[in-house]
Write a protein of this length. Structure first.
Length: 268
């Protein structure tokens, strides 16, 4: 006879398996669609390798080639660019979101430069900073800053002044208001800005590594394109997506831990 405890345990296992299935299903469908397109004849076989061929080349480059170094180099550039960009985006976003005068002064400038694609600035970056690592990091910094500052600005602007008024009514000092009211309320926006900036930085990676890069996933893709090595191009693209996804999942886990106090509504 099945006890209530066994029934409950089975229900939990079923729920976890269903959740895992929902996570894996879109990837399985994507790989199936990719394989179908590669072998169906709709695309020239030489122009689209199968997932198995790309996986084989990925393992070959990872354990016997340069892929590990390229991943590490690109991750270092993206991390440095994002951290520098967010370090500046947070105070600037807070400034223009909280103070109307600063918003009037800075908002047009920020929106002007935000509209400029980082790849358009590469010639100027080379002229002013050369072709070494600083040039690549600066391009990623540029992309991260303007992505992050908009998120911060919009988030801070939505904070109701009523919280500040209540804190002052209760006798809180300016430092207590900042540390116990403003910082906790802006923390979700800071973490969201970091996630958005990280995604934009990975999307800008190939452009940043146009600046005479010898190592990095962008350099790998460009080199493979020059020699028409389609499978290596796919390896580079898959690697960028996988590393970016892993970093985003890590940030989401950190976000859940840091803002557990925040009420969230989960859709079933």
């Amino acid at each position: 006879m099945v006890s209530y405890g066994d029934f409950k345990k089975g229900k939990i296992i079923f729920a976890r398996c269903r959740h895992l299935g929902f996570l894996l299903l879109p990837w399985c469908l994507l790989v199936l669609f990719w394989h179908t397109m590669a072998v169906s004849g709709f695309v020239n076989p030489g122009l689209m390798p199968t997932p198995a061929q790309v996986g084989s080349k990925l393992v070959e480059l990872l354990f016997g080639g340069r892929l590990g170094i390229d991943i590490l180099k690109s991750t270092q550039r993206v991390t440095l660019g994002v951290l520098l960009g967010i370090a500046l985006a947070v105070p600037v976003g807070f400034l223009i979101g909280w103070y109307k005068g600063a918003r009037t002064f800075l908002d047009p400038l920020i929106n002007f430069f935000r509209a400029l694609p980082p790849i358009a600035l590469i010639p100027l970056v080379v002229v002013y900073f050369g072709i070494d690592e600083p040039a690549k990091v600066i391009i990623l910094f540029y992309a991260s800053f303007f992505a992050g500052v908009i998120v911060m600005y919009e988030g801070v602007a939505q904070i109701s002044p009523i919280f500040i008024k209540v804190a002052r009514t209760l006798g809180a000092s300016e430092w207590e208001i900042f540390s116990r009211v403003i910082v906790p309320m802006t923390m979700p926006h800071i973490l969201t800005a970091l996630r958005v900036a990280l995604g934009v930085a990975w999307a800008t990676l190939v452009a940043s590594e146009l600046v005479a890069a010898q190592q990095g996933l962008g350099a790998l893709i460009q080199s493979a394109g020059s020699f028409f090595q389609i499978d290596i191009i796919y390896v580079g693209i898959v690697s960028i997506g996988a590393v970016a996804l892993a970093m985003d999942l890590a940030l989401r886990a950190i976000t859940r831990r840091l803002i557990r106090w925040q009420d969230r509504v989960e859709l079933q």
